[in-house]
Write a protein that binds this ligand. Structure first.
Ligand SMILES: Nc1nc2c(ncn2[C@@H]2O[C@H](COP(=O)(O)OP(=O)(O)O)[C@@H](O)[C@H]2O)c(=O)[nH]1
Ligand SMILES: [Mg+2]
Length: 249
């Protein structure tokens, strides 16, 4: 099983080197996509032995992920892990995601921030719950953390589903992967991880107004176009979330 990690990074000079270095211990190939950073993000990675790809101008998180995926597929990777460049995901947990990946072939493995949920800022916790409900409906499965950027994608899913990479869809991309992926035969399985929110973190790039709105429209249209997708609603209401917790199994 050949593995890669794609780390989208926009102005992450404070954290990117440490994240990339720790990720190198977990996968065969580390791909950092520097999305038009105006700080030292790229230079911070000198001499690490990772693949650094650059967008000269910022094109958003969706385009950065797509650039990284293309590179990983061109290098014959079977599984592609994504994690954020700001240190909110612990690279040591990649091993747990990959154990789940082996146990659930063809599934989209998500690192679900369901431990210490109280650590998430109130407004984000509410927005996440709201998104989880609609995205679970639209994808016909219980998704315990739809907004997590910490995931492992099987190659087949990346070959089949290529969501919009328009800048305004920067944070819609991962929602599209969940919904369209499930419809294409790649449901998700969740691995519980900790919610990490550093007190001294930079402000989030996620815009609670605009980005929630874009995600909502995307999901709303999917549900509407599929005639309200009542089988999906039923499955989400009656089914349990697929969980894989390697330590407790
Ligand atoms: N390449 C790229 N990455 C982005 C952009 N916006 C956010 N990210 C990355 O996406 C990840 C999540 O962004 P963040 O602001 O931390 O969102 P939050 O953790 O949901 O609050 C981080 O690794 C960011 O560097 C962007 O415009 N381009
Ligand atoms: Mg973050």
């Amino acid at each position: 099983m050949k593995t890669a990690a794609v780390i989208p990074a926009r102005n992450e000079q404070r954290t990117i080197r440490e994240v990339a270095q720790a990720t190198l211990e977990q996968v065969d190939r580390v791909i950092v996509v520097d999305d038009g950073s105006t700080d030292q993000t790229g230079q911070c990675l000198d001499g690490l032995g990772i693949d650094l790809l650059r967008h000269r101008q910022s094109r958003g998180k969706a385009a950065a992920l797509a650039t990284g995926f293309e590179h990983a597929l061109a290098h014959d990777c079977d599984w592609v892990v994504t994690l954020d460049g700001d240190g909110q995901h612990d690279p040591a947990d990649i091993a747990r995601l990959l154990v789940a990946a082996e146990a659930w072939p063809g599934h989209l493995v998500i690192g679900a921030r369901i431990r210490q949920r109280h650590r998430q800022p109130g407004i984000r916790r509410f927005a996440n719950r709201f998104a989880d409900f609609w995205i679970s409906w639209a994808s016909g499965q219980r998704v315990p953390d739809s907004q997590t950027g910490f995931r492992a994608y099987p190659r087949r899913l990346l070959e089949k589903i290529q969501p919009s990479t328009r800048k305004r869809h920067g944070f819609v991309f991962e929602t599209a992967m969940l919904i369209d992926g499930a419809r294409a035969g790649h449901p998700c399985v969740a691995v519980p991880i900790d919610s990490v929110y550093h007190d001294d973190a930079r402000p989030s790039y996620f815009r609670p107004g605009k980005d929630v709105w874009e995600i909502f429209w995307f999901v709303f249209w999917r549900i509407l176009l599929w005639g309200l997708y009542l089988p999906g609603l039923w499955r989400m209401l009656t089914g349990a979330a697929r969980l894989h917790d390697p330590e407790s199994s």
